[in-house]
Design a protein around this ligand. Structure first.
Ligand code: ADE
Ligand code: ZN
Length: 321
């Protein structure tokens, strides 16, 4: 089994339907509109976000979040992962009645528990939600910059890419950058190549969440390759959300051939009937990647990780030469 690393997974989106059902009965909520026959019910990005928000709202206590992170990272470790970055969303914590600090610290506790049991190393990237507006995203950035949790090492923006103008969010990224955090931004998932170009122009991120629709413009593909920006690719998510119809038409292999740095990620695994292991397996099956090619993807992810130099060196040493 190849060693794996994941840079792009929304922690609330990692809660499987059976866990969400348990949370619903714990808090007396009716899950029937959102979960049917053991699966989440959605049909497009907007309805996906509605189910996502419902599920996230059922994680209300610090112990709920510690368990969620512990479960997810432990399952990743079982599948051969040695490193995981999770997106954490203070807006969802607020919706559930928890302070951002209590939320991040509880998730950090879950990461520590999983590390103690399995050895998996974990970090957190605070995300602002684009559809929550500029103020909310800046608030998330200020929290990331000041929270004082050593496992918070990055800042990003997720949510509905179709909303707002990226230029308006630049200040949030500058707040995070000044605090020394790694920068990533969702772009080129729901919107086309122009969105990826805008991210490079205005945000200057180290990584882009998805970024795959850069493929629509060959000049931009060359620019991404030349920039060294790392793409957090999530093929299973893209296919589930109909960004591309199938693996055969997914641009991962073409981006890689063009010299773009690409990684494999699960995004919101149970929503898209995937997992990090399934993404690696699918890359082997559909993109013709052998063990050495998959190991190189893991190396790219570790090299792009928002983690201190010493930990990064130790992780790279585990991958060997
Ligand atoms: N939040 C959770 N999953 C997301 C996705 N695929 N794109 C943007 N925001 C998200
Ligand atoms: Zn995402």
């Amino acid at each position: 089994m190849p060693l794996k690393a994941e840079l792009h997974c929304h922690i609330e989106g990692a809660a499987a339907p059976d866990l969400v059902l348990r949370q619903a009965s714990k808090y007396g909520a009716d899950p029937t509109p959102f979960i049917r026959d053991g699966a989440f019910v959605w049909h497009d990005f907007t309805s996906f976000l509605a189910v996502y928000d419902f599920s996230a709202g059922l994680f209300c206590s610090e112990e709920d979040y510690a368990l969620l992170a512990d479960h997810y990272l432990t399952s990743l470790a079982r599948d051969g992962a040695i490193y995981s970055e999770i997106f954490i969303s203070p807006d969802h914590a607020a919706q559930a009645g928890l302070s951002a600090k209590a939320y991040a610290d509880a998730l950090g506790e879950g990461i520590a528990r999983a590390r103690n049991r399995t050895g998996i190393e974990g970090r957190m990237i605070v995300v602002g939600l684009r559809h929550a507006g500029v103020e909310a995203v800046e608030k998330a950035a200020r929290f990331a910059a000041r929270c004082g949790n050593a496992l918070v090492t990055g800042f990003g923006m997720a949510g509905d890419e179709r909303v707002g103008d990226l230029e308006d969010y630049v200040r949030a990224f500058e707040i995070a950058r000044e605090a020394g955090l790694g920068i990533t931004v969702h772009a080129g998932e729901l919107m086309g190549w122009e969105s990826v170009a805008a991210a490079l122009d205005h945000v200057r991120p180290a990584r882009i969440g998805h970024g795959v629709r850069a493929i629509e413009n060959p000049d931009l593909v060359r620019r991404v390759a030349g920039s060294g920006v790392v793409l957090e690719c999530c093929p299973g998510s893209n296919i589930a959300l109909d960004v591309f119809p199938d693996f055969a038409s997914h641009p991962f292999p073409e981006l890689k051939r063009a010299g773009c740095k690409v990684t494999l990620n699960s995004d919101d695994p149970p929503y898209f009937r995937t997992s990090l292991k399934r993404e690696y397996d699918a890359a082997a099956e559909h993109f013709g990647m052998d063990a050495a090619a998959l190991a190189a993807v893991t190396r790219t992810a570790i090299e792009a990780a928002f983690v201190d130099r010493k930990t990064k060196a130790a992780l790279l040493a585990r991958l060997g030469r």
